[in-house]
Design a protein around this ligand. Structure first.
Ligand code: FMN
Length: 359
């Protein structure tokens, strides 16, 4: 059964040696100026045997930063840092795409270390506290509702970020449309109460997300662009009722762009078969995610419900997850107290199965 996980595939223009994708995970290890650190180079290189790595969320602009020590892709130093990450992963035969994550209203200002706009579709603060410096929960600041006239410049920030990612040598980008961040804030009626052409009915709430995806596809080619969604996820104050009412028209709008993948965080909803909904509306390759084990992941591939599967937490403590799955070896458990410390401990020191030390 695990054979399905280990055979190669292609997502858009990107060939994958196997169908095991590393899910995006924020780990708060960026260096000065929010540039990727040497530690990050080592961490991603250790995990290069994944068929594809999706990086942690990366801010396309200063205004996109909401969390502590997260990396960006808008300055020369950041581009240089990512070049080292991409080079190290490619040197080990891996593939890596960058997740573009604009936090929108999910911002604890003290996490930034600089002053920048806090923007969102509407002037509605994220109702839940999020981790501030050193992971201590803190309230989010109130955002400013972005004017319609500013939207072209916001889209241009995403386009420039994608061009920068490609210039740094990454294989593509994934637009974060999930988990209550900016793109999701436009899609969701709880955070989008605009009365212009970007708010109100679903056909308006999908307008900005579709415009960003179309612009990314035009800039770097649709075969290097994917998106990530989490229909029905209430995280960061999203309204989780009736996700199909928004996601069916959204994905039908995405379909003609012929993007390389849709990465689906399947919330296991009672009322909706999320993967089937994505299959019917989007039509392109699916990366399935959430709480998968090797056996359940292989079953999804065997049933034709997804083309690839992603693992998040399993990759934290198992840099050689692919080899472990191939060998039916036990999986190590992560130390969750070390997720966001900024240190090597709990990040690059999880051992390989065979060797005593990570390489
Ligand atoms: C430490 C941590 C950080 C995460 N950061 C991100 C992120 O930056 N972007 C994102 O889309 N999802 C993020 N996620 C969600 C994961 O990509 C994934 O959807 C989740 O862990 C469920 O997959 P799993 O059951 O295989 O762990 C994060 C998850 C964890 C555990």
């Amino acid at each position: 059964m695990k054979d399905a996980l280990l055979c190669p595939t292609q997502l858009g223009d990107i060939p994958l040696a196997n169908r095991i994708v590393m899910a995006p995970m924020t780990r708060d290890r960026a260096g000065p100026g929010d540039a990727p650190s040497d530690l990050m180079v080592e961490y991603y290189a250790q995990r290069a045997s994944a068929g594809l790595i999706v990086t942690e969320g990366v801010q396309p602009s200063p205004a996109g930063k909401g969390y502590w020590r997260t990396p960006g892709i808008h300055s020369p130093a950041q581009i240089e840092g990512w070049r080292e990450v991409a080079r190290a992963v490619h040197a080990k035969g891996g593939r890596i795409v960058m997740q573009l994550m604009h936090c929108g209203r999910v911002v604890v200002p003290a996490n930034r270390g600089f002053d920048a706009d806090i923007i969102a579709p509407s002037e509605l603060a994220c109702p839940v506290p999020v981790p501030g410096p050193d992971g201590v929960p803190a309230p989010c600041a109130s955002p400013r509702a972005i004017a319609a006239s500013e939207i072209p410049a916001l889209i241009a920030d995403f386009v420039q970020a994608a061009r920068n990612a490609i210039a740094a040598g990454l294989d593509g980008v994934e637009l974060h449309c999930a988990s209550g961040y900016l793109v999701n804030q436009f899609l969701n009626p709880a955070s989008n109460q605009r009365t212009d052409e970007y708010g109100g009915p679903a056909e308006n709430r999908i307008r900005f997300p579709l415009a960003v995806l179309a612009a990314l596809a035009q800039a770097i080619g649709p075969g290097r662009v994917g998106l990530r969604i989490s229909p029905g996820n209430p995280y960061n104050g999203m309204d989780s009722s009736d996700p199909a009412a928004t996601f069916v028209p959204f994905l039908q709008g995405v379909a003609p762009l012929r993007l390389a993948w849709c990465h689906v965080v399947d919330m296991g909803l009672d009322e909706l078969d999320t993967l089937a909904m994505v299959r019917a509306s989007f039509g392109g390759p699916i990366i399935a995610n959430n709480n998968l084990k090797p056996a359940s992941a292989a079953a999804l591939l065997d049933a034709g419900r997804a083309e690839a599967v992603s693992f998040g937490r399993a990759f934290i403590a198992n840099p050689d997850l692919v080899q472990r799955i191939a060998a039916d070896a036990p999986l190590a458990k992560p130390d969750y107290s070390l997720l966001y410390t900024g240190e090597a401990r709990g990040y690059t020191d999880y051992p390989l199965l065979d060797a005593g030390d990570p390489q």
